[in-house]
Design a binder for this molecule. Structure first.
Ligand code: 13P
Ligand code: SF4
Length: 376
């Protein structure tokens, strides 16, 4: 496919959400599938489609690569051959891809409204205030580490202040790296991932404190901060917070030999009550590689769980830990209609819903992401 340059109009629209045109509404499943297949084939190597495990079946079947945040970041960093990276995931993933992509590559998020409510729980203004307050309180030598589920500005701050990014699959390695450099780490924005990971590394709970960005000095005393090895940002994932210990108890009563695996964004009590914890990629791997006859309860987003259940049946049984299923509504925003629209537009030389991290931010965000990729 020939490489097209952006028009002046398209340049002006960068970062602005462009809504799905009406012509892409109300298509039958058959038409959608046929057109998606044709568009994918026509674009060839000019495009790589990355799909996170939480995407719907109708979308993920067109992904060239699927995976967790770490796996997809690595793909984004190494697919310099593709002119366009179409990221079927959420904003922070597409932003990370834009930071890691080669010069000239363009990253497209089919619906720019696909954000992450956890990432929104830490803003750069709040982080700068936190940093100033820590300094004023005499809490010195803190190293910031951010979960990849955060805005590019937060990643850039971490890069500029000697810190790094982590994902759910390498958080322990990144925290260990951080503690070799500083006595105290500030972990944003997911308190559960931070607490669960540090606890598994042997850090006592009373050496962790929670920083509330809505309170002066995070709602903490200078003494408590001075004793802390880990300052956890008060953020969480509302999808994963819905899993409970009572659900695990009910599953165990019904399946005494069953196993429970949950994502580390679940609360501390849920992770403690589960048999295993891991990133989405690890969950898929553990269940897929388990012996025939295994019965699993899985605590993560429902699209992954339902797909996994179908893929491993009938040899293995997979049920969702939450009987009502936990849906990530922002992941769900990327519809096959959006994917079709952005692909067919690329064939016509038009780029919609491109994600662009501003150059100033990109530099330090890249430092933080590169540190992560070097650590693991
Ligand atoms: P993974 O990196 O494990 O895929 O997690 C991403 C995420 O947003 C989980 O809610
Ligand atoms: Fe964000 Fe939670 Fe959705 Fe993951 S599941 S993308 S953390 S809102």
């Amino acid at each position: 496919m020939d490489v097209q340059l952006l028009t002046e109009h398209e340049n002006a629209q960068l970062g602005t959400r462009q809504p799905l045109p009406e012509a892409y509404l109300g298509l039958s499943d058959e038409e959608m599938d046929a057109r998606l297949g044709a568009a994918r084939a026509a674009l060839g190597d000019a495009v790589v489609i990355l799909g996170h495990h939480y995407q719907r079946d109708e979308v993920i079947r067109f992904a060239d690569f699927t995976g967790d945040s770490l796996r997809l970041s690595r793909q984004a960093a190494t697919r310099a051959d593709a002119r366009y990276i179409v990221f079927c995931g959420v904003q922070f993933m597409a932003e990370s891809a834009d930071v890691l992509a080669a010069p000239g590559q363009q990253v497209i998020l089919p619906d720019l409204a696909a954000g992450c409510s956890m990432a929104d729980m830490a803003t750069i203004d709040q982080l700068e205030t936190c940093w100033d307050e820590l300094e004023a309180a005499g809490v010195a030598g803190v190293l910031p580490v951010t979960y990849i589920n955060s805005a590019a500005a937060i990643k850039a701050f971490c890069g500029e202040h000697g810190g790094a990014v982590c994902t759910s699959s390498n958080a322990a390695a990144v925290l260990a790296w951080g503690w070799r450099r500083a006595a105290t780490l500030l972990m944003l924005p997911d308190q559960h991932l931070g607490r669960n990971t540090a606890c598994a590394m042997g850090v006592p709970l009373d050496e962790m404190v929670v920083w509330d960005p809505d309170e002066p000095l995070g709602g903490l005393t200078p003494d408590a901060l001075a004793r802390a090895r880990l300052i956890l940002w008060k953020g969480h994932c509302s999808v994963h917070e819905r899993f409970t210990v009572a659900q695990i108890d009910r599953f165990r009563a019904a399946h005494p030999d069953g196993r429970v695996i949950v994502h580390p964004e679940c609360t501390f009590d849920v992770v403690q009550a589960a048999d295993e914890t891991g990133s989405t990629e690890r969950i898929v791997q553990r269940v897929t590689e388990s012996p025939a006859g295994s019965v699993w309860a899985v605590g993560t987003e429902i699209h992954l769980v339902s797909r996994l259940a179908r893929q491993v049946a009938p040899e293995r049984t997979v049920v969702t830990l939450d009987p009502f299923g936990c849906l990530c509504s922002t992941m769900f925003r990327v519809s096959p209609n959006h994917l079709l629209w952005v692909l067919e537009s690329l064939i016509e030389g038009r780029v919609h819903n491109r994600v662009v991290v501003p150059e100033g931010r990109k530099r330090w965000a890249r430092v933080a992401l590169d540190r992560m990729l070097e650590i693991t």
